[in-house]
Write a protein of this length. Structure first.
Length: 252
């Protein structure tokens, strides 16, 4: 009997440990000045690639080693708080089965050294839903990107381009590009009352072998704003196409 009880308890503990957990989309710290946040990030191992509309784009070696969109994190310095894309959230969504738990603990520790104690945002998803994330039936997956251009001269289009905020060559030779969107496209944050989440921009593209591709905006926006409903997203139903058009125009 004792043996049976022990087995049952062991299985119960195993099931509890195997249960998924909620992961916050963003890490939140105390607000500070833009220059102060920049300085502290640089002092703790981050390279600042660009600053646009109070959003600081940062990178480090650990992030770049992924050779994906996760090579950068966006940090929004708002009047109420500082909000940072959480690599523990976007990691499994972008890397799928290549992601390992606590993979970016070094990066998160560096963020805490720079910005103090960080708490998780109320936006969150169950960890089991992040790998292979899918908003709903008929919506795209991560591995269904949009091909923007396959022209021979796409790399030349990056230099001195007013629609490019930064570019970063990743270890595997892929170029990660931060794209500047039009004011019309950027306005979706106002429509959704999400200006406090400005860290979901800039929108990024990956360039490899003369091919420019982006995450489907229908995927990225749903992943980045998980508290919003389908009816809310319907208010900006034209934005995914506008984002695609903005980035396509940069490579014409």
């Amino acid at each position: 009997m004792k043996k049976i009880i022990t087995i049952v308890m062991t299985l119960a503990l195993f099931n509890i440990s195997a249960m998924a957990e909620d992961v916050s989309t963003y890490l939140i710290g105390k607000s500070s000045s833009l220059s102060d946040v920049q300085s502290k990030l640089k002092a703790n191992g981050f390279k600042v690639l660009a600053t646009n509309n109070n959003v600081i784009t940062i990178t480090n070696d650990e992030l770049q080693a992924t050779n994906t969109y996760l090579a950068t994190l966006q940090v929004h310095v708002g009047s109420a708080d500082v909000r940072i894309q959480n690599p523990a959230y976007f990691g499994p969504a972008y890397l799928a089965d290549k992601y390992t738990k606590n993979q970016f603990q070094q990066t998160i520790s560096s963020l805490e050294k720079a910005l103090g104690a960080l708490k998780g945002s109320t936006e969150k998803l169950d960890s089991k839903d992040l790998a292979g994330y899918h908003f709903m039936m008929g919506m795209p997956y991560f591995d269904e990107p949009i091909i923007i251009s396959e022209a021979d001269n796409v790399y030349k289009k990056v230099s001195n381009n007013p629609n490019v905020l930064y570019s970063l060559t990743l270890p595997n030779g892929t170029l990660l590009v931060g794209q500047k969107l039009s004011e019309t496209s950027n306005n979706f944050l106002n429509i959704l009352h999400q200006t406090g989440n400005a860290q979901i921009l800039p929108y990024e593209a990956l360039i490899s072998a003369n091919q420019v591709q982006i995450m489907n905006p229908k995927f990225y926006l749903a992943l980045s704003l998980p508290k919003l409903s389908m009816s809310q997203f319907m208010k900006i139903s034209d934005i995914p196409n506008k984002i695609e058009d903005d980035i396509a125009n940069a490579y014409k």
